[in-house]
Design a protein around this ligand. Structure first.
Ligand SMILES: *Cc1c(COP(=O)(O)O)cnc(C)c1O
Length: 862
C-alpha cells in the first residue's frame, strides 16, 4: 500500500533537552563538529542512517532514550553549552561588522541549487556545493546576506547501478517537515506566498521555506501547494528535471518569485532590502527584470530602471561549455512575458536583453548568460583561467575590443574549510598548533611531527576504506535482497595502499574514462608489485545523458574483474556525506578534464585542505596554484589534431606520472615507516593552500571587489530620486545615437627619428570626429605594445591623449562644434626594445561606467 501523503511528526523533547531543538533548527550543525557529536551520541546508528540529519534523528529516536539523556546531567550541560555557543555565534560581531567605510546593508544571493548538507539534497554538483559554501562562509564572516533558491520536492536524484553497470535514478520525495526548514509566515500565522502571472490567465503560486544556515537565512520557493493546479504543483518537482518550458517556469520562479520573496521577507523581518543582487550562474537572471519592473513602478523608464538594476547586480558565470548555458526559444519567452508577469516592461525591451545579436549568434534564441551580462554590471568567472576563457567566449558582446578589455573579472572559488576538513585534522591543528581552524594553522611548525601527520592521514584513509566497503555492501544488498554479501567486498581497498580519488559529475568533458584508455597499463599500475595504487570513482550522470551513463558502465565493467575489484571500485550515489570521507581518505586527487572546460573545479581543493596531493590537468584553479611541490601537472596536448590523439597523449602522460613520479615516493619509507618526501608535500600543501583555497578568502574577495562597488554604484544612481540613473540613461542614448559618426580621421606622429631607440618619445596628434559629442564624453587613447606577426599587439598598454588646448589649425570651427575633427595629443615613451605598434581609439567616458568597454562602443583608427 502506498501512502497518498506523508508527513513527519516532530518529537516533543523532554524539557531538559530543549537546547537540542534550537541546535537542530540551525544548519550550523552541518559544519560544527561538537554539535554533530552531540547528536550522534543520541543514537550513532540512526545518525548515520538519517544522513546526519538531527531533525530526522530526533523524530526517529526512541523516547526512552531521550528520557534517559534528559536525566544525564553531563549531557544536558553539554547541550546547553553548545546552544549558548550557537547564540554567541549568531550575535557577536564578525569580520564584516569590523569593515570600515561604505558596505551594503543587505545582499541577496540567488542560485538554482544549494549543497549545504547531505540531509538537504538540493544540489547536483559543484555549482550547488559552491553556493552552500558561499552561504556558510558568509555566515562565518558576518555578511548580511540572504540566500534564494527553490525547494525541489525530489531534490536531484539518488543513483544506483544495475547489475550490468547502468545508472538508475530514484527520486525519493523529501518531507520538509523532517528537515530543518520552516515556512515563512505572517504574524497572524498565515503563509507568505508569491504569485506569478502566466499565459492564458493562469497563476503560479509558491510558498517559502526558510532554512537557517548559521547567521544566514536561505529562502526556498515551493510550488507544491493546493493553491496551484496539479501541473503547476510540479514546477519545483526536481532539480534540472525537465527541459524547455518546465525549466523556464523554474527560472521565472527563482528570479522573479525569488526577488519578490526577498522583499516580503525583508519587510516581515524588519531587515533592509538588498542593495546588491548576486546571481550564481544565469539561471536566476530574471531577477533583474523584476527589479526593473518595480523601478518602472516608481516612475522610471525601462532604460533608466535598467541602469539601476545593472549597477547593483553581480553575475557569476560558471561554464565555458556552451551546453551549460540556458537558451530558450524566443517565441516561448514572448508568450510568457506578453502577460501581466512584469508590469511596465515591454516584451521587445526584454527580448533585446537576451538576444544573440552578434557574430555567430542565433536570432531565434533567448540566451540567459547574455541577459546575465547585460543585466549585471559586475561579472566574473571562477578562476583566473576561466576569467580569460569567459572574456574570449563573450567578446561578441563587446565588438571591437580585445578579449583583455572585456569587463568580466574573475574570483577563484574556494571551499568552506570547517565543512570539508576532516575532524581528525582539525583536532591536530587545535591540539598541537593552537589554531581555531586548519586554514590559519601554522603547518610548518615542528609541533606537528611528520609522524603525526602521517598517522592522521592513515586514519583518514582507513576510515574512508571502511565507509567504501559499507557502501558497496549496502549497494550489493539492494541488488540482491536477502542475500549475503560476498567476502571480497570486505577486502575492497587496502588501507595501506596509495589511494587515488576521482569523483565528480559525468559530463563528457570531465573524461571519467580517460584512465581506461590503455586498460593493460592501468591494470599494471593497480597490481604493481612494489608500488600498487587503488582508485575510487564516483559520480552521477545527468538522467538524460546516456553518453555519461555509458562511461559509468565502462568503469563498472572494468572494476568487476575479480583480479581488480579490490583495487578499483565505483561507489554509487556520490553526495556530500560520501565526499566528506573521500577527500580526506584519498592520497591523490585526480582531475583530467579537457582543458579549458573546467571552470574551476573544487573537489581538488577539498582534497588539498586535507593534505591530499593533486594530480591534474592544468585547468580551472590548478594553473594558479600548482607549484611543483603540492602535486603534479598532467601535460595538456591542446595542440593535438584530433580528440582521440589528444586523449592518447594525455592518458599516457597520466600513466607515466603515476608510475614514475606519484607512486614511488609514497612507498619510500624511513625507519619510522614514514614517507618523508610525501609528508613534506602534505605539510607544504596544508601550509600554503589551506588559506588560499578557503571560501573565506573567496567571500572576502566578493565583498571587496564586487559587492561593495555594486552597492556604491547602485547608491550613486539611486539618490535624489534616481537622478543620476535618469542622466546616465539619457547620456547613453545620446552616445549610442552619435557613435556611428565618431571616428579617428587621421593620426600624425613625430619625435622618433628613422631608427628609434629606447628612451625616444613618440609624439601623437590624433584628429577625431566627435559627431556632436563633447570632449568630456569620450576618452581618446593610444593603445600600444609589442607588435608580433600579423597586426596584433601584445603586452598592451593604454594611455589617454588630451584634447589640444589650441583649436586644430586645420579646422575652422572650435573643438566638437560644427562637425570638424578635434585634435587630441600626447606622448608615449619608448621604454622597451623590439617591434612596437600602436593605434588610437575613442571610447565613451563616464564615471558611472566600470570600464571604458562597458557599452561595447569603440572607434579605432584605420
Ligand atoms: C565538491 C563537490 C562537487 C564538485 O566537484 P568538482 O571538482 O567541481 O567537479 C560535486 N559534488 C560533490 C558532492 C562535491 O562535494
Amino acid at each position: 500500500m502506498k501512502a497518498i501523503r506523508k508527513f513527519t511528526v516532530r518529537a516533543v523533547l523532554p524539557e531538559p533537552l530543549a537546547a537540542l531543538d534550537e541546535l537542530a533548527g540551525n544548519l550550523r550543525w552541518s559544519w560544527h563538529e561538537p554539535t554533530r557529536r552531540l547528536f550522534e551520541h543520541i543514537a550513532p546508528e540512526l545518525w548515520r542512517g538519517s544522513c546526519n540529519d538531527p531533525v530526522a534523528l530526533l523524530g526517529a529516536v526512541d523516547p526512552a532514550r531521550l528520557a534517559a539523556l534528559a536525566a544525564d546531567a553531563g549531557y544536558v550541560a553539554r547541550a546547553d553549552a553548545l546552544r549558548d555557543d550557537l547564540r554567541q555565534y549568531l550575535d557577536r560581531p564578525r569580520w564584516y561588522q569590523g569593515l570600515t567605510g561604505d558596505k551594503p546593508a543587505a545582499i541577496a544571493y540567488f542560485s538554482p541549487e544549494f549543497g549545504i548538507a547531505a540531509a538537504l539534497p538540493q544540489y547536483s554538483g559543484g555549482l550547488g556545493i559552491l553556493a552552500g559554501d558561499h552561504l556558510k562562509s558568509a555566515s562565518d564572516l558576518g555578511l548580511p546576506l540572504v540566500g534564494v533558491g527553490l525547494f525541489y520536492r525530489a531534490g536531484y536524484f539518488s543513483q544506483s547501478i544495475s547489475s550490468d553497470g547502468w545508472q538508475m535514478e530514484q527520486y525519493p520525495l523529501l518531507d520538509p517537515d523532517g528537515l530543518p526548514l520552516s515556512i515563512l509566515r505572517r504574524p497572524d500565522g498565515s503563509d507568505v506566498q508569491v504569485s506569478l502571472a502566466l499565459p492564458d490567465g493562469r497563476t503560479l503560486n509558491a510558498r517559502i521555506w526558510q532554512a537557517r544556515v548559521g547567521r544566514i537565512r536561505l529562502l526556498m520557493l515551493d510550488t507544491d501547494i493546493p493553491e496551484n493546479p496539479d501541473d503547476l504543483r510540479l514546477v519545483t518537482d526536481r532539480l534540472y528535471g525537465g527541459g524547455g518550458e518546465h525549466r523556464l517556469l523554474q527560472e521565472l520562479l527563482l528570479g522573479i518569485g525569488g526577488a519578490r520573496a526577498v522583499k516580503l521577507w525583508s519587510a516581515l523581518s524588519g531587515k533592509p532590502e538588498p542593495e546588491v543582487f548576486h546571481t550564481n550562474e544565469g539561471h536566476a537572471g530574471f531577477l533583474g527584470l523584476e527589479r526593473i519592473s518595480s523601478l518602472i513602478g516608481e516612475g522610471l523608464s525601462f532604460n533608466e530602471a535598467l541602469q539601476v538594476a545593472r549597477a547593483g547586480t553581480v553575475f557569476t558565470t560558471h561554464t565555458p561549455v556552451a551546453a551549460g548555458i540556458d537558451r530558450f526559444e524566443r517565441d516561448l519567452i514572448r508568450r510568457y512575458f506578453e502577460t501581466d508577469l512584469l508590469p511596465g516592461v515591454a516584451v521587445d525591451d526584454l527580448l533585446a536583453l537576451g538576444a544573440e545579436n552578434y557574430e555567430g549568434g542565433s536570432p531565434d534564441v533567448f540566451n540567459m548568460a547574455i541577459m546575465g551580462l547585460r543585466l549585471g554590471q559586475h561579472a566574473n568567472g571562477v578562476s583566473k583561467l576561466h576569467g580569460e576563457v569567459s572574456r574570449r567566449m563573450f567578446k561578441g558582446l563587446w565588438p571591437g575590443f580585445d578579449p583583455a578589455d572585456v569587463p568580466i573579472d574573475s574570483i577563484t572559488n574556494g571551499v568552506h574549510a570547517p565543512t570539508w576538513t576532516d575532524p581528525e585534522l582539525l583536532e591536530l591543528a587545535q591540539d598541537r598548533l593552537g589554531a581555531s581552524d586548519t586554514s590559519t594553522a601554522d603547518w610548518a611548525s615542528a609541533a606537528v611531527t611528520d609522524h603525526d601527520l602521517w598517522s592522521v592521514r592513515g586514519r583518514m584513509r582507513l576510515q574512508f576504506v571502511e565507509d567504501a566497503r559499507r557502501r558497496l555492501r549496502s549497494a550489493w544488498l539492494e541488488q540482491n535482497p536477502g542475500g549475503i554479501p560476498p567476502a571480497w567486498i570486505d577486502q575492497v581497498f587496502d588501507p595501506n595502499v596509495l589511494t587515488i580519488g576521482f569523483a565528480r559529475r559525468v559530463p563528457t568533458y570531465k573524461r571519467l574514462t580517460l584512465m581506461l584508455h590503455d586498460p593493460e597499463r592501468l591494470r599494471a599500475l593497480l597490481l604493481h608489485p612494489e608500488h600498487p595504487i587503488q582508485i575510487v570513482i564516483a559520480g552521477k550522470s545527468h538522467p538524460a545523458d546516456d553518453e555519461g551513463k555509458r562511461l559509468i558502465q565502462q568503469i563498472v565493467k572494468f572494476a568487476a574483474d575479480p583480479e581488480l575489484r579490490t583495487r578499483i571500485a565505483f561507489l554509487p550515489d556520490y553526495n556530500i556525506a560520501m565526499a566528506q570521507l573521500m577527500y580526506p581518505g584519498t592520497d591523490v586527487w585526480l582531475n583530467n578534464p579537457l582543458r579549458p572546460l573546467e571552470a574551476c573545479g573544487t573537489s581538488g581543493m577539498k582534497a588539498a585542505l586535507n593534505g591530499g596531493l593533486n594530480l591534474s590537468i592544468l585547468d580551472g584553479w590548478w594553473p594558479e596554484y600548482f607549484d611543483g611541490l603540492n602535486g603534479w601537472a598532467i601535460p595538456s596536448a591542446d595542440a593535438a589534431g584530433d580528440p582521440a590523439e589528444r586523449d592518447r597523449l594525455e592518458a599516457n602522460a597520466l600513466y607515466d606520472l603515476i608510475e614514475h613520479q606519484v607512486a614511488p615516493p609514497f612507498y619510500e619509507r624511513n625507519a619510522d615507516g614514514v614517507p618523508e618526501r610525501w609528508v613534506r608535500a602534505i605539510r607544504h600543501t596544508l601550509a600554503t593552500l589551506s588559506p588560499e583555497l578557503s571560501a573565506d578568502r573567496m567571500v572576502r574577495e566578493y565583498v571587496e571587489r564586487l559587492y561593495r562597488p555594486a552597492a556604491r554604484y547602485e547608491a550613486l544612481l539611486s539618490t535624489n530620486d534616481y537622478r543620476a540613473a535618469r542622466e546616465l540613461a539619457a547620456w547613453k542614448s545620446r552616445i549610442s545615437a552619435a557613435w556611428p559618426g565618431v571616428a579617428v580621421t587621421h593620426v600624425e606622429s613625430g619625435g622618433v627619428v628613422s631608427v628609434p631607440q629606447v628612451g625616444d618619445e613618440l609624439h601623437l596628434r590624433a584628429h577625431v570626429q566627435l559627431n556632436g559629442l563633447s570632449v568630456r564624453d569620450v576618452t581618446v587613447e593610444v593603445v600600444y605594445g609589442k607588435s608580433l606577426a600579423g597586426d596584433d599587439l601584445s603586452d598592451v598598454e593604454v594611455q589617454a591623449l588630451e584634447p589640444d588646448g589650441t583649436p586644430d589649425p586645420d579646422v575652422a570651427a572650435g573643438p566638437s562644434e560644427g562637425g570638424g575633427p578635434t585634435l587630441f595629443t600626447g606622448t608615449v615613451e619608448l621604454d622597451r626594445a623590439g617591434a612596437f605598434g600602436y593605434t588610437v581609439r575613442v571610447v565613451p567616458r563616464n564615471d558611472l561606467l566600470i570600464s571604458s568597454a562597458e557599452m561595447g562602443l569603440v572607434a579605432v583608427a584605420s
